[in-house]
Write a protein of this length. Sequence first.
Length: 502
Amino acid sequence: MSLLQITSQDFLSFSGLFVIIIVSGLYLYLFFETFHPPSFPPAIIVSDNKPTVKNVKKIQSQQLSLSFHPDHIPDKVKKTGLIPYLRKKHLKHGWAVTDLPFINTISVIDPIAIKSSLHIGDRPRNMYKFLEPFLGKDNLHVFSADRAKIFRSCFDPALSVDVIIDKFHDMRNFGVEIVEKWEKNIVLRHEDVVRMQDQSLEFSLKATIKALFGVDLPQDLDLMAYKKAYDDVVNGLFDKQFSVINNIRDERIQNSIKYLFRVLCILIDKKKEIIASNIRGANNTILPQRKDLLDILVSEKDPETGRDFEDKKIRNIMSLFLTSGYLTTGVAISWTIFCITQDRDVQTKIQNEIDCILKGQLPLYHDLLNLNFLNQVVKESLSICPPIPILSRYLAKNMNLETTNDPLKLQTGTVVLYPITLIHEDAHITRDSHCPFGFGDRVCPAEQLAMVEIKLMLCLIMQRFHVELAMPLNRVSGDEKFILMARNDIYIKLIPRKGIEE
């Protein structure tokens, strides 16, 4: 019997709305309510040791309501949305769909094809074009495979386990601050319902900034205003590509970008002062040999120019890492909490594991490594609702794409779509095909950091509270623009439990 039981209606509620951003120069802006996938079942945890899957009953399809721009998107895609459209196409044609209504674009869900794509590191530039005003036209997302490797080798040390351990105490404090605030609100104000996505994003923003940049946000900074500005920029720039914003909103977006840049410049200047004095933080501790991302950007040379990184380039790289890490990690936490509310047995088993290992104490880094069942639940949640449901690659040369059947001959300029949602739903998925953080040469470089943040916050929550969904199930739905967000947030009722010693 499965430990995490996701029914067809549960799956409908939280995996409803997916939008693919841009394919081969076309921007898809897809809004739709909820849907039942017709064939590929959601993954089910059946083992404590590793995430596996098995067949469940087929889920019936449902009509979607859409509105999107531009007008030249094919009608057959408009009527269904890209993810359910691809699902139907793959159900008809199998692992590869080559007759998509987009120029030089195919979709594959074959794990063998993914493995044969691991070396492909180029991405279609237009996929991230909407972020250019924030990240710059020449940003890491659209670097060629060779350029991306150069910078990745430069930045990888900042994302190592040793650096994460250095920052773990501060990240944990951010989480403790939030759960203790919830406890006080329950006692003093009888407020036992929280907006879990909003709160998870607050934690992720603080933790990601600390982990990547090693400096705190200015004390007089309004964190909620900063977070709102970030959300306005990402959502607004996406909407702007479809001319669905007015001048007032456009002006607000531009002002928010300027505001975010000012804050980043403050962080850069603060880091420069710390390095210049060889002092880190207010407690006069010596700057460690292990460098975070901002240490590297401020103190080392640009691998392409051999000169110091320019402030503009530092700012753009910081914006990219923060945008990618903060949003994906935050929504992963809230979606996982939602999944946990749907199975009381899973929730109890998580809490028993936490109680057994932590024995009433706050978690240390190595404790997270021993929370095996929690780790599998996180992986299962990421499998069911990956924060970014579709990945893509651009072929810079002709190639034969190996598959389960015959190789597929592809020409230069082909865009290959990998619907991660469908791949994870395949009943025959292997462990190697679980790829919520991407795959191959362009796998997320901060995967380890993201998993630590997710498991840390979940551990702190489940140690202190039982969780229940505090909104109608049919109100839980996805709203995909850049990341799979919960359109109406995810309201969670917190019931205190004795999981930590006073």
